[in-house]
Design a protein. Structure first.
Length: 308
């Protein structure tokens, strides 16, 4: 960890899960209202189109982003492709299972990140950092346990999808961290977005995806696209914050903090249930709230240990 960076890296690292939690609720609204009959590829094409539109903005912000070695550019493009691949596998799993079943598998990402950062980057964690990271992972895993559901049979397809998602996310983050540290943050961000936009372009080669997108546009998609743009802006801010944190702290710690997304999803959902129940319903039973409170205490304790 860079000297003097503990508080700043946590701010940027937590901006990811907080903003992604907001994005999850926007995604839920879009999927339930407009994309129930569409494949996940349609949502991903819209996201990739937004990434494509952001490229000129990044270039205007830092014209030197195009001054990069070809091999480096290809590697960072691969990190963007891996990010979109992780999103694709996650959405596929979410179509088949409840979010409460899928969520625990996100805890594999910091574990993959810990191994990759140790083997490839030589990053070492102090006892407090390692213990704090485990507390955060434990707290978010507890958050994902449904005490009101009977034990569910593990499905191999779900395991394969989510472990592939976690591995793709971790490898993509590792590549971004390596090249952002050497080629500058905005340069790495620009080329990773090239990869994300390219992933969407590849999806558009499918006639099925083009047909689904055409039906959406013909049905009067102005409101949908407007919400999607807001959603992508929120998601973009979260991505930039989490990726910038990678420059200031070990990969495994940043991903451990990133796994708290489900905690913020519950907090936002609980707020919606009380203030605007038409837009979100959350189980606010005493048992569920107590479980979430214990989870929040574990996460907070982990953050305290990381900063010691």
């Amino acid at each position: 960890m860079k000297p003097g960076a503990p508080m700043s890296w946590l701010f940027f690292a937590f901006s990811g899960p907080v903003l992604w939690a907001l994005s999850v609720h926007l995604d839920k609204y879009l999927v339930e209202g407009y994309f129930k009959d569409s494949g996940v590829s349609t949502l991903m094409v819209i996201a990739a189109a937004f990434d494509l539109l952001m490229l000129p903005a990044f270039w205007l912000l830092r014209p030197s982003v195009v001054a990069i070695d070809l091999i480096d550019a290809c590697a960072v493009i691969a990190s963007g492709v891996l990010y979109m691949g992780a999103l694709f596998f996650y959405l596929q799993a979410l179509q088949e299972e409840e979010a409460s079943v899928v969520a625990p598998f996100f805890q594999a990402a910091p574990l993959f990140g810990c191994v990759l950062s140790y083997v490839i980057l030589g990053e070492r964690l102090s006892f407090n950092q390692a213990f704090g990271g485990l507390m955060i992972i434990g707290g978010t895993t507890l958050l994902s346990i449904r005490s009101d559901k009977p034990r569910m049979v593990m499905k191999l397809r779900l395991v394969a999808l989510m472990l592939t998602c976690a591995l793709s996310w971790s490898v993509g983050s590792l590549i971004f961290k390596i090249f952002a540290a050497t080629d500058e943050f905005w340069t790495a961000t620009f080329w990773s977005f090239v990869g994300q936009a390219g992933f969407g372009a590849a999806l558009m080669t499918s006639a099925t995806v083009r047909a689904q997108l055409s039906r959406l546009i013909r049905s009067g998609a102005g409101w949908v696209l407007g919400i999607s743009c807001v959603n992508e802006l929120v998601n973009l801010a979260g991505i930039l914050g989490a990726r910038y944190a990678l420059l200031l702290a070990p990969l495994s710690l940043v991903q451990a903090v990133g796994s708290t997304t489900s905690l913020f999803v519950f907090l936002f959902g609980a707020s919606l249930s009380m203030v605007a129940p038409a837009f979100g319903q959350e189980d606010l039973s005493a048992r569920n709230v107590f479980q979430k409170a214990i989870s929040a205490i574990l996460v907070a304790t982990g953050v305290i240990f990381i900063n010691r």
